[in-house]
Design a protein around this ligand. Structure first.
Ligand code: PLP
Length: 230
């Protein structure tokens, strides 16, 4: 493991391990998604060479071009961007996971458009805990209805919840929305739909997220450095 991406990756994994231990959780129970949006294919290749397998992308066209260049690699593909109706077919065909589903119409399209020979698309429902109209996600009060609508769709499988809170000052403040998401998950979970996954935490708040039970942290900057554009 040499080069900045490999050493950054090592540092992020050490942060994840330390937080997992601090939380009294099993080693490996919080997994890293390396969010490689806007980063070149070579950066993904470097992280893959250092052992990383799960990668997150937000911009579909850019993602498809890079994935084409990386076809020789076994990559677990996570779509973490905003979903648009006219992009659902390509998302359904090219990704293993979608974080950030909040619209029943998108859910129906992803299910119908999932290739029949592929396993159901794994999805996390995005919950808006900021209450700001500009943020995407469904209100906590609407989560049960969305979950119910998704449960009937054969091409997708709801694996848990995701949130993208506004930045907060310190760890105590950072933990609040993550705790809210965990409590909501506990309320919604059933034996048929255990909702094991909590997709929460980014470069600046991954410790807070892991202390509140994150099973996936989505980390971009701390792995790849600043994004060349946004
Ligand atoms: C960009 C992005 C991330 C990674 O953010 P960093 O602050 O760079 O770690 C995580 N989740 C989502 C949904 C993103 O769009």
């Amino acid at each position: 493991m040499t080069g900045p991406v490999a050493s950054n990756l090592g540092q992020v994994l050490a942060r994840i391990n330390a937080a997992t231990e601090r939380a009294g959780r099993a080693p490996g129970s919080a997994a890293l998604i390396a969010v490689s949006k806007t980063q070149p294919a070579e950066a993904i290749r470097a992280a893959h060479a250092a052992g990383q397998r799960a990668f997150g992308e937000s911009y579909l066209q850019e993602a498809l071009e890079k994935l084409e260049q990386l076809r020789d690699l076994d990559i677990e593909r996570h779509f973490v961007g905003r979903i648009q109706s006219n992009k659902t077919r390509q998302i359904a065909a090219n990704f293993d996971w979608v974080h950030g589903l909040s619209d029943p119409g998108h859910a129906r399209r992803l299910s119908e458009q999932r290739p029949p020979d592929a396993p159901p698309l794994n999805v996390c429902l995005q919950i808006d805990l900021s209450g700001e109209a500009s943020k995407s996600g469904v209100d906590p009060a609407g989560a049960a209805e969305l979950l119910h609508a998704c449960a009937a769709l054969p091409g997708i499988r709801v694996r848990g919840l995701m949130t993208l809170p506004a930045p907060a000052e310190d760890e105590t403040a950072q933990r609040q929305p993550f705790m809210t998401l965990r409590v909501l998950r506990d309320q919604l979970a059933t034996p048929e739909q255990p909702l094991h996954c909590l997709s929460m935490g980014m470069s600046d708040d991954l410790e807070a997220a892991i202390l509140e039970g994150a099973t996936y942290v989505r980390i971009g900057t701390a792995v790849f450095g600043p994004r060349p554009y946004t």
